[in-house]
Design a protein around this ligand. Structure first.
Ligand SMILES: [Zn+2]
Length: 62
């Protein structure tokens, strides 16, 4: 039986795991490209998950 090295993160309830989105400002540049800005979720800071505690990683050989 294997053992998990870290806790499984919980999906952020504010963004449902979609932590970063691109929002258009409505304008296009002279090449016709849509101008967008990237915004991260304020609760999970762009991670998409909330950790009950910081993830810990197993260290081999110590
Ligand atoms: Zn979030």
């Amino acid at each position: 039986m294997t053992d998990r090295g870290f806790a499984v993160p919980r999906i952020c309830p504010s963004c449902d795991g979609v932590a970063s989105v691109a929002i258009t400002s409505g304008g296009r540049d002279r090449h016709g490209h849509l101008r967008t800005i990237t915004v991260d979720c304020k609760d999970c800071h762009g991670v998409g998950a909330l950790f009950d505690r910081p993830p810990t990683f197993a260290t081999a050989g110590r």
